[in-house]
Every structure is written in structure tokens, then in C-alpha cells.
Design a protein around this ligand. Structure first.
Ligand SMILES: [Zn+2]
Length: 491
């Protein structure tokens, strides 16, 4: 047993025996983790230019902790390889190499970051467990064993927990906060595990089998993202959690008129994504970056976020939540400038709403908020980035599509942008892996310091768990130190 896990066990045991909320001795009562899936550097800028006509206006732009975060997996295998050898890494000197090369990669740095990238499963697992693994793994080790994940730690501390997303709830990123599986593609098993998971109180995400991507009912079900068994379970009298799907229920949950206690799942009436996969069946809307009207009867990620925070904050011991702008990644794969802005805007609105929640109903002294991406995708840069290395996105003003040149159709191994604020946020500085001059000199993002994705787990865990010293003193005062020492020796 690792010290972290031991601490969590002790804390949970202590909370039970003392009959008091553990959060009183830990810096972070609540942890809110935002993941914009697959957001390269330029993705953050594109949405800011459309929304504000400038950078620096998003709530996370003024967060006190701004770091880079590396995202590479343990290896690029799609199955366990039964070794612990780190096969890939990240080298800032190679990533920002502006040497011209022939062909459509243009510069050596572009070529370098197109290789050895993580998928969302390995990247998410690193954040959720603190351990790197192979691509496809859902909290599953390279030795082919399940790995303990942050949601379990939070639940052991008596916290309420949630995983919510704009893509199917069983998709890789939301899944690593509620399941363990050898492959992300086992949607049926993952959906069943999540639905029955006692460590996960609230699930929200797409994947509805009876609706298509345009928010229209199907005549036959498509059990692609959840099994028929899972669907039937949710609709039976013996369902392990309350089930909602109407947009009006999401809205009532968000404005507090729908009160839910106990485990719950909300699946909006759409199959793959809230909005990204819609066609133009609902007409046009010139106010949208894509020009296409939104699916009318699905909630936004912002509405889902507000409902989730209402629900979770009923717990006096606090909560852990992961909120994913999942379709940002899908739009990046599609190199779709208009649609990625729509997705990132909903993500930004969700962050804004959560910040407002913290400042109205909680405080930065008791809540840790983290905003990150799990990896880059698509390498959107400026329109002349084929001749000007790392040219930034071109700002064309508020409400106008920015100038973008996409360089890739899948993930990258770039150093990503990371933001944190609140209780325990300064702990990230203890995990700095090095300085990346590109973040500082080319992007102008921060002083160049960066962490690794595995560090996110350790900080979230440390922020939620009482300090071992503080806790030992508490236990000693109650004559329980002997118990703690005995447990630690066993570890
Ligand atoms: Zn991803």
C-alpha cells in the first residue's frame, strides 16, 4: 500500500470514528477538475478571439498558477506490454525546433510533437491515478491490473463525486473517473461498471441509445456507447441510480427546483455529443461560429455543471468533480474552426459558472479548481505557420472567425497549458519538472515551468487528504497513534 492510499484509508477511518468531516484538516474540501479535451495552444486563443476579440478575458487567464503540463504516455502500445519501461518522453529543445524541413511538417518541432502522443485513455488515467500507462487503458496498468483512481480516494474521504462530459459518459475521459478496463473501446462493460459504481455519485453525459446526433428519436436503438443491459437496468425498478434525460430536468437540476438525493445519472437526448455531431437539420444560425443552429432539446455543459454543483454541495464533507469539454477534441480531429470554438465556448462558460459558484457558495480557501487539457490535438496555428514557425492564431475580432491553419488530424505530444486556483493550488510548484523556453518565449504563456500529467493526481490527492503530520497529532490526541503506526508499518 502506498503512503497516499494509507493516508486516505486512515482519514476515512478517522472520519468515521471521530464523526467529523475530514475536510476540516485538509486544504481542499472541494476539487473541481476541468478538462478541455484535445486543446492545443491555439484552441484556447481561438475561442477567446471569437468571444472577446482579445486574449486574457477567460476566468482561468487570471488564475495564480499557470504551468505547462506534459502528457506523453508510458508507451504507445494499444495493449499492456508488461514492463515498466518509459518508452517515450518530451524534450522542449526538440519540440520547439524551428529548423526547416521538407514536406508538409514544415519545421522539425512540428514533426517532433506529431509523434509519441497519448490517447485520452492513457492521458486521463495519468491524471486520475498518477501513473503513466499504455494508450487505451482505462485506469489499467501496463501490467494489466486495475489502478486506484482519484474518485475512489475522494469517496474514501466521505466526499460526493461526479464525472460529467459533453461526449458519451462511457467515453475515455469521463470513464477514467468511474471505471477500470483494459480498453476504452469496451463501452458496454464500462457503461455497466460506471452505472453500478458506488464510488461515483453523479454521471452526466451523452450516449443516449434512442436518439441520434441531431437530437431526434430513433426507431431502433443504437447501443454503441452503452449496453442494452445498462439501458434496461436504468429503466428498471431496481436501477442503482435515478435516471433523467429531459432538457427540462437538467434545467430544473441547475436552478435548484429538481432536488436529487442518492446516486443519479443524466443522459441528454443525443447519441455522440451534445452539439458537435449535429448536421444542419435545425437550420442556420449566423450567431454561431459554425453558422448551424444548435440541437434544441439538449442542455449545455454549463447547465450540466450548474446542476452538478448544486447536487454535490449538499455533502458537508465536500466533493470531487471532473467536467469535460469532450467534443473540443472531436472538433480538433475534424479541423473544424467554427465548431471547436462552439465547444470551447461552452467549456469556458462552464468554468465561468463554476468560478461564480465558488465565490458565491464556497471560497478559494476551501475549493481547488484546475483547468487543463489532456493533450494537444490538430496543431491549430496562424495562417502563415507553414512559413513562420509557431505563428500564433490570427485575431480577426470579436464574433469573427480567427485565421487558422491546422497542421494535423490527431493528437500531439506538445507541452500543454495548465491553470489552477484555490486551496492547495500552490502545491503544483512542488512538482515542477523543468523549464520549457517555448512556453515562455514563443507562446508568452508563463515563465516556462511545467509539471507532468501524473502530478495532477498527487496534488488533488494531497489537497483533499489531511496533512499526515496534522492527522498524526489529531490521532495521538485521541490515543489512536499506535493504530496509525501499525498501519504505516504494514504499508
Ligand atoms: Zn483527450
Amino acid at each position: 500500500m502506498q503512503v497516499k492510499q494509507l493516508t486516505a484509508v486512515l482519514a476515512a477511518a478517522g472520519a468515521l470514528s471521530l464523526g467529523m468531516p475530514v475536510a476540516e484538516a485538509a486544504p481542499a474540501k472541494n476539487v473541481i477538475l476541468f478538462i478541455s479535451d484535445g486543446a492545443s495552444w491555439g484552441t484556447w486563443d481561438m475561442a477567446s478571439y471569437w468571444e472577446y476579440g482579445q486574449k486574457g478575458m477567460q476566468p482561468y487567464d487570471s488564475f495564480p498558477v499557470k504551468l505547462g503540463m506534459t502528457t506523453y504516455p508510458l508507451n504507445t502500445s494499444s495493449t499492456p506490454t508488461f514492463d515498466n519501461e518509459a518508452k517515450v518522453s518530451y524534450d522542449p529543445a526538440k519540440a520547439w525546433d524551428t529548423t526547416s524541413i521538407s514536406g508538409s511538417n514544415y519545421f522539425a518541432g512540428y514533426d517532433y510533437i506529431k509523434q509519441n502522443y497519448p490517447d485520452s485513455a492513457a492521458a486521463g488515467s495519468a491524471i486520475a491515478t498518477g501513473r503513466k500507462t499504455y494508450n487505451n487503458a482505462i485506469d489499467w496498468s501496463n501490467q494489466s491490473e486495475p489502478m486506484r483512481y482519484i474518485t475512489q480516494d475522494a469517496k474514501a474521504l466521505g466526499k460526493a463525486t461526479a464525472s460529467i462530459s459533453s461526449v458519451p459518459f462511457s467515453h475515455a475521459t469521463p470513464a477514467v473517473f468511474g471505471a477500470q478496463n483494459i480498453s476504452r473501446n469496451n463501452y458496454h462493460a464500462i457503461s455497466e461498471m460506471m452505472i453500478h459504481n458506488p464510488d461515483l455519485d453523479l454521471i452526466m453525459g451523452a450516449g443516449h441509445p434512442w436518439y441520434n446526433n441531431n437530437n431526434q428519436p430513433r426507431s431502433t436503438a443504437s447501443y454503441n456507447y452503452m449496453s442494452e443491459t445498462a439501458w434496461n437496468t436504468l429503466n428498471s425498478a431496481s436501477s442503482p441510480r435515478a435516471f433523467y434525460q429531459d432538457k427540462s430536468d437538467f434545467e430544473a437540476f441547475a436552478n435548484g427546483t429538481l432536488q436529487v438525493t442518492g446516486p443519479a445519472i443524466f443522459i441528454p437526448q443525443v447519441n455522440a455529443t451534445l452539439q458537435y455531431n449535429r448536421t444542419d437539420v435545425h437550420g442556420t444560425d449566423p450567431n454561431n461560429p459554425s453558422g448551424i443552429a444548435f440541437n434544441p432539446n439538449v442542455p449545455s455543459l454549463k447547465t450540466m455543471t450548474e446542476g452538478a454543483l448544486n447536487y454535490l454541495s449538499q455533502n458537508p464533507s465536500g466533493f470531487f468533480i471532473m467536467i469535460e469539454g469532450g467534443a473540443v477534441d472531436w472538433a480538433a480531429h475534424g479541423n473544424s474552426t467554427g465548431r471547436i470554438i462552439e465547444e470551447q465556448m461552452d467549456f469556458n462558460a462552464s468554468v465561468r459558472s463554476a468560478v461564480q459558484w465558488v465565490e458565491t457558495h464556497s471560497s478559494w480557501d476551501e475549493t481547488l479548481m484546475i483547468v487543463l487539457t489532456d493533450h494537444g490535438n490538430g496543431m491549430p496555428m496562424g495562417p502563415n505557420s507553414d512559413t513562420i514557425a509557431f505563428e500564433p492564431i490570427q485575431n480577426n475580432g470579436k464574433g469573427v472567425l480567427p485565421g487558422v491553419r491546422w497542421h494535423y488530424g490527431t493528437h500531439t505530444n506538445e507541452n500543454t497549458l495548465f491553470f489552477a486556483k484555490g486551496a492547495g493550488a500552490e502545491l503544483f510548484y512542488d512538482h515542477v519538472k523543468g523549464t520549457d523556453p517555448g512556453l515562455r518565449d514563443i507562446l508568452g504563456f508563463n515563465d516556462g515551468r511545467y509539471i507532468d500529467n501524473t502530478d495532477v493526481y498527487y496534488v488533488m490527492n494531497a489537497a483533499m487528504v489531511p496533512e499526515p503530520e496534522t492527522y498524526a497529532m489529531m490521532l495521538a490526541g485521541l490515543g489512536l497513534l499506535a493504530f496509525a503506526v501499525r498501519r504505516r508499518k504494514q504499508g
